[in-house]
Design a protein around this ligand. Sequence first.
Ligand SMILES: [Zn+2]
Length: 300
Amino acid sequence: VSANTLQEAIAEPSRAGRALAHFNVSELAGLKAVAAAAKTVGQPVIVGASEGEREFFGARALVDLVRLLSRQMDVPLYVSADHSHSLGSLKEALAAGFDSVVFDASALPFVDNVERTREAVACAKSIAPHVLIEGELGFIGSGSVLVRRLGTNVAVRGSDLPTPDQAAEFVERTGVDLLAPAVGNVHGMIVEGAQPGLDVPRIAAIRAAIRVPLVLHGGSGIAHGQLVAAIQAGMAVIHVNTELRLAWRRGVEEGLARDKDEIAPYRILRPAVAQVSRLAELYIRLLSGQTLPDAHGATR
Ligand SMILES: [Zn+2]
């Protein structure tokens, strides 16, 4: 196992035009699948859990299991407390031992987001200075879900997206270690109509204006060529959740359909592990530059 910290792992691949994959998990089948994919490709991966996912899995249990799997399987796995919306939730994540915490006040106006995030970073650094704190700038929706159509309150139009100056001011005033700016896409996947595209020139401009690594949320359903362009423009970490959830559900349905009398959970869940693992593997290869985007096209 590499003794690198998450900070080192993020800095290392981004130098070579690669990004780390951040995959959310809710339960053990998903975690097994993601860990197996990391092992197969031989790349570090960030395992993420939102507040809801942490509540279901158990924050402490998830952190300990990720550490255990990382040692047992000899592959670098990191663990991130995704989308923490309060100081209480942030402190719980610090106590549980996460490598990074996403503090999300992006639904608030800029000045309030700056104030809340600054407060969160100061609190985190006084408790666990080595834990990376990520700030979110620009609201892109709140869930890894299938949505009928684009919400009216999300920032996807150019005039709503944060400017490089705003990004620089946000990083300067809050002290975040990582920044996730809205760059045109949203959380979740749009069922009816097209997924909004990434503003790649803006990613490059924001990258040039700040010193901390950039993170892309809402990686599901985006054309793979665009993801690669986003990495080349400076994205160092890419979150994919919705597509993995979709693969999990299809796998569970397949497992249930195989035999109506089957009641062994490990037999029912086997196709879910296989489907999630296959998809995670594809993304790890794409993000780490091991496959070209056109090998898979604009797949969903
Ligand atoms: Zn997110």
